[in-house]
Design a protein around this ligand. Structure first.
Ligand code: GRF
Length: 189
C-alpha cells in the first residue's frame, strides 16, 4: 500500500513511521510521498535525506482551496497513493480530497478525542487540569478532529508534570501508536 504523509512541521511522526518501515515492521507500507504546505518544514529535508519523494505545494499559489486540493489530488494520483497519513499537517482537509479519499485519510491528534480538539490539544488538556490525556488516531471527516476513532493511548498527568514533560511523553506514545495503527490497517488490506 502506497502512503503519502502530509506534514507542516518537524516531522518526528514521519521519522517514527520511516523508521518502522526501514526496520521491516510495516511490510505492506511503501512510503511513497511526503507532502508539505510549508517550504521550510524540516520534515521535507528529513524525507529527502531518506530518499523519499517530497513535494511542497504552496496553498497561496491557488485562487481557492478547491484549486489547491485539485492540484494535490493530481500529485497523489500520479504517485498512485492509497492512503493519506496526516502527521502534523496544519490545514483542514477539504471536499476535493475527502471525496477522492473517503475513509482513506487518517490523522494523529495529541489528546483523547473528543476532548480537546484543535491546534493545542496538549496545552489545552494540561491547562484544564485533566489527570489523564493521550493520543488519538482517527479517520478524517469534514469536521475538525471529529472522524471515527481508530486507536487511543493514554498518559497519566502527575503533579510533577509540566507542559514540557507531557509534550515529551505525548511524542513517545505517538511514535509508537502511529506505526502500530498503520501495521494494523495495512495488514487488513
Ligand atoms: C503531533 O503532536 C501530532 O499529534 C500533531 O502535530 C504534531 C506533529 O509533530 N497533529 P511532528 O511534526 O510529527 O513532530
Amino acid at each position: 500500500m502506497k502512503i503519502a504523509i502530509f506534514a507542516s512541521g518537524t516531522g518526528t511522526n514521519y521519522q517514527a513511521i520511516a523508521a518502522a518501515v526501514a526496520a521491516g515492521q510495516l511490510p505492506q507500507v511503501e512510503l511513497a510521498l511526503v507532502l508539505s504546505d510549508r517550504p521550510q518544514a524540516p520534515v521535507l529535508a528529513k524525507a529527502a535525506a531518506d530518499h523519499v519523494p517530497t513535494v511542497f505545494v504552496d496553498p497561496k499559489a491557488y485562487g481557492s482551496k478547491m484549486a489547491f486540493e485539485e492540484h494535490v489530488l493530481e500529485i497523489l494520483q500520479n504517485h498512485q497513493i492509497d492512503l493519506i497519513v496526516l502527521a502534523g499537517y496544519m490545514r483542514i482537509i477539504g471536499q476535493i480530497l475527502l471525496a477522492a479519499y473517503r475513509g482513506k485519510i487518517i490523522n494523529i491528534h495529541p489528546s483523547l478525542l473528543p476532548s480537546f480538539p484543535g491546534k493545542n490539544g496538549i496545552a489545552d488538556a494540561f491547562a484544564y487540569g485533566v489527570k489523564i490525556t493521550g493520543a488519538t488516531v482517527h479517520y478524517v471527516d469534514d469536521g475538525i478532529d471529529t472522524g471515527p476513532i481508530i486507536a487511543q493511548e493514554t498518559i497519566r498527568i502527575t503533579p510533577d508534570d509540566t507542559l514540557a514533560t507531557i509534550t515529551e511523553k505525548m511524542h513517545q506514545i505517538e511514535h509508537r501508536l502511529y506505526p502500530a495503527v498503520l501495521a494494523e490497517l495495512t495488514e487488513k488490506g
